[in-house]
Design a protein around this ligand. Structure first.
Ligand code: TXA
Ligand code: MG
Length: 329
């Protein structure tokens, strides 16, 4: 199969629609990462998504809809706090999990009785979803366990030959996947941290829980138990306070003739003063935005990436650290 990469316009949207209605998959941009989309009503098309990615079949998918889509046709019992959050943050990088009406393929939620719904703010994503006027089941458009894609080039590198069309909407600015929020209980609970932080949610609705997965527990959000986001090279992760130790290993390994890169924010890079740096930038949004592209850049040039956590650990950094820990496991 040849994989076309096309800018988003009337022609490419028409092509995308034909592919999706025929049960195929189309990659599309969002403000977080690129998605690999299929018609959520079509069992075979959804199952095909799992095959293309090599994704375990107990890790459910998010359905994506345009901003005017009536989600009450898909889900039940939307609590009042969820309505407030929809108003505050959607369209945007917040995925909300509700009780499902089981209208979409059961393959989407892998048999769970809930459904994760996302309304992306990316203009190209909205055009694509509006043109289809269907719920689109879409995981991130990478090979399972690899680093998520933030550009059409990243998608092509992972999935060339496995799908017909990649819609190119430029760099994804957000850089890490949406916050996944359980909205089936009395208060919302963050299942996966992201750009919409727990603090931001609590500010709107007063209270927000956080689910921390520990190995061996039943995973509320099944994606949490898997290795993820990993570059194809060796990795190590150090705390901010362990920078000296990280630099020592950088120097020793470099002396052994290995290609080593330090992955860290700009402030840490200045203190470390080493030659090979994958610089994540300055503030928390910049760091999130650059994380995956720097991991992908790193795997091209490095045999070992030594990541050092930023000093700041709250807000968006919770999501960044969650990805770094899984990438460097
Ligand atoms: O930003 C994003 O969310 C991107 C873009 C493409 O929209 N998508 C994405 O999808 O990251 P994926 O498949 O890589 O991650 C989906 C996450 C997984 O952790 C999965 O376990 C969780 O959402 N999830 C999906 N449905 C769920 C459900 N019904 N209950 C709990 N967690 C769910
Ligand atoms: Mg993913």
């Amino acid at each position: 199969m040849t994989t076309e990469v096309l800018q988003i316009n009337c022609n490419s949207l028409q092509k995308a629609k034909e592919i999706i209605l025929n049960g195929g998959a189309v990659a599309f941009p969002t403000e977080t990462v690129y998605g690999l989309g299929a018609n959520a009503f079509d069992d075979d098309a959804v199952e095909n998504i799992f095959r293309i990615k090599g994704r375990p079949n107990d890790n459910p998918l998010i359905v994506h809809v345009h901003k005017d889509y009536d989600i009450s046709t898909l889900v039940d019992e939307v609590p009042d706090y969820a309505k407030l959050l929809q108003k505050a943050f959607l369209p945007g990088p917040l995925t909300m999990v509700y009780n499902s009406k089981n209208r979409v393929s059961s393959a989407v939620s892998c048999g769970l009785d809930t459904l994760a719904v996302r309304i992306p703010s990316h203009e190209g994503a909205q055009e694509f979803l509006k043109y289809l006027n269907l719920p689109v089941a879409a995981p991130s458009a990478n090979i399972s366990k690899h680093v998520s894609p933030t550009s059409a080039e990243h998608v092509y590198a992972d999935l060339n030959g496995k799908l017909q069309l990649i819609l190119d909407g430029g760099q994804s600015q957000g850089g890490i996947e949406s916050t996944v929020l359980d909205c089936t209980g009395k208060v919302p609970v963050v299942l996966r941290a992201g750009l919409i932080t727990r603090e931001m949610i609590a500010q709107v609705v007063g209270e927000c829980g956080e689910y921390v997965y520990k190995d061996g527990m039943r995973a509320l959000s099944p994606g949490m138990k898997y290795k993820h986001y990993s570059p194809n090279c060796s990795t190590m992760l150090f705390k901010y306070e362990e920078l000296d130790e990280a630099v020592k290993i950088y120097n020793n390994t470099t002396d052994e003739g290995k290609k080593v890169f330090l992955l860290c924010d700009n402030q840490t890079a200045q203190i470390a003063g080493v030659k090979n740096v994958l610089n994540l930038g300055n503030d928390e949004n910049e760091i999130a935005s650059n994380l995956y592209s720097k991991l992908r850049e790193g795997e091209e040039v490095a045999e070992l990436i030594i990541a050092v956590a930023p000093e700041k650990q709250d807000g968006v950094m919770v999501g960044v650290m969650n990805r770094l820990e899984k990438a460097c496991r």
